[in-house]
Design a protein around this ligand. Structure first.
Ligand SMILES: [Zn+2]
Length: 145
């Protein structure tokens, strides 16, 4: 499955062609999109205090840009790490970053977290037992720890 639909790439080319002296290709469109998505995620993760009128004003534009892109089904937010990724028509139900496209497996991390939450108490008991066993082992071996 391609990361971007042909329709999306053509729209990107149409938007950016006026700024380029040479004809843009699908590969250029992909690079443009990936670069801007990277910027978007960087800004998104760095957004801090909104208490100052100026920063709040700027962030509001950013919020609206994201809201527009989400509404137009161009991007979607990872339900685990909060990064945005592009979606194409066949991926509308995508919920997490994938190893193939975003280079990280947030779906797996999310499932592990759910599994951990479900079995938290037994995991903790197991971990405590292991630590206790190690302490005994060290004591037997005469190792100061
Ligand atoms: Zn993610």
């Amino acid at each position: 499955m391609e990361r971007f639909s042909t329709e999306f790439l053509n729209a990107t080319i149409k938007t950016w062609q006026p700024y380029s002296a040479v004809p843009l290709t699908s590969k250029d469109a992909m690079e443009i999109t990936e670069t801007y998505l990277e910027y978007l995620n960087e800004v998104q993760s760095e957004i801090g205090e909104r208490n100052y009128p100026f920063t709040n004003f700027v962030y509001k534009f950013f919020d609206e840009l994201i809201a527009d892109l989400v509404e137009q089904n161009q991007i979607s937010q990872c339900q685990f790490c909060g990064d945005f990724f592009p979606i194409n028509n066949r991926q509308k139900t995508k919920k997490y970053c994938s190893p193939k496209y975003e280079g990280k497996d947030c779906g797996k991390k999310a499932r592990n977290k759910i599994d951990y939450e479900r079995h938290k108490e037994e995991r903790k008991a197991k971990a405590r037992k292991t630590t206790k066993e190690w302490r005994e082992f060290y004591r037997e071996m005469g190792i100061e720890k």
